[in-house]
Design a protein around this ligand. Structure first.
Ligand code: UDP
Length: 332
């Protein structure tokens, strides 16, 4: 990727920083735009340009696009908490689509015609069929899912009228960390299963609450499709070639589901310690099973996950959290 330059919004956050690391390792130049409310300075590689700004700030965007010419934009910066979106739905439905489309508008005006959107499996709500492919009915059951759908729909119009080619990447459960433990997951608040289970095992977080044990699954707990952040990063880079001809959308997961209990078992196996936990009620809005079909992504881009096995994903997360028990704070 020598000689190519990319704008990565949210590049100091969890998934964005793993893409940045991958781009830099492959020889690309990167400019990060991040408001640094969720992002971490220590997640930004040395020598990488960091513009601290809001994605919806048209003036700053115009300056950024005037200062550098980009081969593509990767857009990660967004509100991303399902629970929060149900307490403040309008904030999600206003901020996520409008920021995405203001960014797309700035890209079009600058003649940067490739745009990769970080989208979500939350588009599919309570799916009728598993695994979920790209033709599954889109019917979000959270304002977060709706806000990403609105962004996707706006981008489709930008393609039709302006020729902005976009890839909407619907992530399932992003997990894991850089195997060198340079960067990893560090959210505040943390709501995701794997870091909470590891934190419980390490004693850096309270016991895990298992959200529901009466689902129609073999062990009664929810099944999800965990996908390693570096496999996600690789998918982002592979779709760029597709954007030469047309916009596209892909579901990205490993294609195998694991239950909450299976994840806890994996953490215990890898960490060699029990995961202290209690059994709780269901979390509202949680479907029993979410598993992706990534057949289209594999067939059209040659993508295959490097970290397909749950233990490989959990091992990288365990290494990160055990080396950085307070996340990035201990390196500040
Ligand atoms: N989960 C849980 N306890 C927690 C957090 C999550 O039992 O403290 C379960 C949750 O109900 C879901 C799975 O773990 O079935 C993955 O949840 P997460 O929030 O990590 O991702 P989501 O699937 O909601 O995007």
């Amino acid at each position: 990727m020598d000689g190519q330059r990319f704008l990565v919004t949210g590049g100091a956050g969890y998934v964005g920083s793993h893409l940045v690391l991958t781009l830099v390792q492959r020889g690309a130049q990167v400019v990060i735009l991040d408001n640094m409310r969720q992002g971490h300075q220590a997640a930004v590689p040395d020598g990488i340009e960091l513009v601290q700004a809001e994605v919806g700030d048209r003036r700053r965007l115009a300056e950024v696009f005037a200062a550098w010419k980009f081969d593509a934009v990767f857009h990660f910066a967004a509100l991303s908490l399902v629970g929060e979106s149900m307490r403040d739905p309008l904030r999600y439905c206003i901020d996520n689509p409008s920021n995405s489309l203001i960014l797309a508008d700035a890209a079009v005006k600058a003649g940067c015609m490739k745009f990769v959107l970080s989208s979500t499996a939350a588009l599919f709500g309570f799916p009728k069929q598993i695994p979920i492919d790209e033709d599954a009915e889109v019917a979000p059951v959270s304002a977060y899912g709706e806000s990403k759908l609105m962004a996707e729909r706006g981008l489709a119009w930008a393609d039709r009228v302006h020729g902005l080619r976009s890839a909407s990447l619907r992530y399932f459960n992003a997990a894991g960390a850089d195997p060198g433990a340079l960067i990893g997951e560090d959210h505040e608040p943390e709501t995701h299963l794997i870091p909470l289970a590891i934190g419980a095992a390490l004693g850096t977080r309270p016991p895990l609450t298992v959200f529901g044990t009466d689902y129609p699954t073999p062990d009664g707990t929810c099944i999800r499709d965990y996908i390693h952040v570096l496999d996600l990063a690789d998918a982002h880079i592979r779709v760029l070639d597709r954007l030469t001809t047309a916009s596209c959308r892909y579901n990205i997961g490993n294609g195998t589901g694991y239950s909450v209990r299976e994840v806890m078992d994996a953490v215990e196996r890898i960490g060699g310690r029990p995961v202290p936990h209690e059994l709780g009620p269901r979390r509202p809005g949680d479907p029993a099973v979410l598993v992706a079909s990534s057949a289209k992504l594999r067939a059209e881009t040659g993508w295959t996950p490097r970290f397909g096995a749950l233990d490989d994903i959990v091992r990288t997360a365990w290494d990160w959290h055990s080396k950085h028990p307070r996340g990035f704070d201990d390196r500040a």
